[in-house]
Design a protein around this ligand. Structure first.
Ligand code: FAD
Length: 508
């Protein structure tokens, strides 16, 4: 038994999950009260926090509707069967069982956060016939919100009903089945050639890294595997990638963008830039050309929507409650503390560091303020707004989320130590120092797989590498980043299977 656990009857007191209306038994209160940490979400940020948390003086409750961690960078590979869905997920209980202190997992979704009572309201999500949805509350001393984001449709009519998203493992599995459905349907004798062309027209909306990687994977699947299984259909296949901006992969170096556009052209993937999707019906997409305002209708067989992320409704409600209702994304400070609420932290895609405030604080700390005494105040203001403009928000990536999770866990691990010896910068408004150093993101580079065993990489120092050798770098980096030896073994096995036998086209 853990030294801090009471010897009998104490378990009730540690378990702070209670049905509504239940009463606490005071007699069962433990003598040494552990601080309760509640983690919402088991994605990149939540899992990284959990894996790095080492201090046994916390009592940790994890709540998430997913009882696994998903390695999202490999989801495009799951859509085409290059790797299997189960190879990219790690059961969260495998991670929990390795902790040497009390960590409990609840498969449920949080639907409300009550900061006045320091409680989160949760609801079970299991689809079983016994009982309805269970509701319960979990008390916290520290709350870590890592609930990620949802796909953003920009309120475009028909997207939710007719398009596939590529956000969760289930989405990738649905896409895989849908591709095969299109081919089987197009093979039926009653279908006309005109209809076949429509059914085998695959449309990807969004020319960001996910949309581009999916289009490339799909092209490989169609041309390396499916055309041999459905030889009569090859002439009817087409892929269109729609992007509202002027170029695809516009967050990458121009050389990568140009290479990707040329490669897609060579591969026969139609890249249509400068067109906004205004409607998605069950059979066609309506586009509006940005330059001419002209409207076009594109019939399709399957559409995948990948145009970025939006805030989850539960986070929106929380933001309204804490006075951040006028923002698009929840704001935190440099220590990942949610602005205006004590002991609540937010990491990953569900939050953003308020960069303007960071600048003002830095100026408070003296850097820019020194300039203000030398320069006139107008110059200072314009310098500040320029820096502010340059300091864009951190990108919503796994890299940022994982680093934030690790940073926060390190802070929690050293909480007592840093209470006594604060290591952060000097406080400007109060006396003394901040307890911790602020979070600093280290960019390690980013990949854009482009199909045909070619990948583009933009590495630190704006070093660009493109081609087959970069694909091998991609394989090694992703294999090393997988969360466990089990998933590493499975993914490498899947890659090997694909090289030897090709991708599986069964509709399961
Ligand atoms: P997530 O990983 O989305 O996790 C959110 C967690 O919150 C999930 O466990 C979810 O179940 C849980 N949750 C949701 N609602 C609730 C609720 N109500 N209550 C409790 N829990 C809840 N980034 C890269 O850096 N490199 C890449 O190559 C890359 N490729 C990507 C490919 C795809 C297809 C996608 C979709 C994303 C990719 N990303 C990549 C982005 C990266 O996946 C995200 O930035 C990252 O997942 C964000 O981590 P997170 O922990 O904030 O959110």
């Amino acid at each position: 038994m853990h030294p801090l656990l009471p010897s009998g009857g104490g378990l009730v007191a540690y378990s702070d999950v209670r049905p509504f209306g239940s009463v606490y038994a005071d007699a069962a209160q433990p003598t040494i009260k552990k601080k309760k940490v509640v983690v919402l979400g088991t994605g990149w940020a939540g899992t990284s926090f959990l894996k790095n948390l080492k201090d046994p003086s916390f009592d940790v409750q994890v709540v998430s509707p997913c009882n696994y961690f998903a390695f999202t960078p490999l989801l495009p590979s799951v859509t085409c069967g290059t790797v299997e869905a189960r190879s990219v997920v790690e059961p969260i209980r495998n991670i929990v069982k390795k902790k040497n202190f009390n960590v409990q997992f609840k498969e449920a979704e949080c639907f409300k956060i009550d900061t006045t009572k320091q409680k989160v309201h949760c609801r079970s999500i299991q689809n079983i016939n016994i009982g309805g949805k269970e509701e319960f509350t979990v008390d916290y001393d520290y709350l870590v919100i890592a609930m990620g984001a949802r796909a953003n449709t920009f309120n475009t009519p028909g997207v939710v009903e007719n398009a596939h998203f590529l956000k969760e493992v289930e989405d990738a599995q649905r896409i895989r089945r849908s591709i095969i459905d299109c081919f089987e349907r197009a093979s039926l004798p009653s279908v006309s050639d005109e209809e076949r062309k429509k059914i085998l027209h695959f449309v990807v909306v969004g020319g960001g890294p996910t949309g581009v990687e999916f289009a490339a994977e799909l092209h490989d699947f169609l041309h390396e595997d499916l055309i041999y299984l459905y030889p009569d259909l090859e002439q009817h296949i087409s892929i269109t990638l729609l992007e509202a901006g002027d170029h695809i992969l516009n967050m990458f170096d121009k050389r990568i963008t140009a290479f990707a556009e040329e490669k897609f052209q060579r591969d026969g993937i139609k890249v249509q830039t400068g067109s906004m999707v205004v409607k998605v019906s069950d059979k066609s997409i309506t586009l509006k050309e940005r330059s001419s305002g002209e409207t076009k209708v594109l019939p399709y067989g399957m559409v995948v929507w990948s145009t970025g992320i939006g805030t989850r409704p539960v986070i929106m409600d929380f933001m309204k409650q804490i006075g951040q209702g006028n923002r698009r994304v929840m704001a935190t400070d440099e220590w990942l503390r949610v602005e205006g609420v004590p002991n609540v932290y937010a990491l990953g895609d569900c939050a953003t560091i308020n960069q303007r405030k960071v600048m003002l604080l830095q100026s408070d700390r003296g850097d820019a303020a020194k300039q203000a005494t030398r320069l006139d105040i107008e110059k200072f203001k314009s310098a500040l707004s320029e820096v502010d403009h340059k300091m864009k928000s951190l990108p919503p990536t796994a890299q940022v989320a994982a680093q934030q999770g690790e940073y926060l866990a390190q802070c929690f691990n050293r909480m007592k130590e840093c209470d006594e010896n604060p290591e952060g910068p000097i406080r400007f408004r109060d006396s003394g120092r901040h307890r911790f150093k602020p979070f600093r993101y280290k960019h390690l580079g980013q990949f854009a797989p482009l199909g045909g065993e070619q990948t583009a990489a933009q590495l630190p120092g704006d070093w660009v590498s493109i081609g087959h050798s970069t694909q091998w770098l991609w394989y090694s980096v992703y294999a090393s980043k997988l969360v466990s030896w089990r998933t590493r073994f499975l993914v490498i096995g899947d890659w090997g299977r694909r090289f030897i036998f090709g991708r599986d086209s069964s509709r399961i």
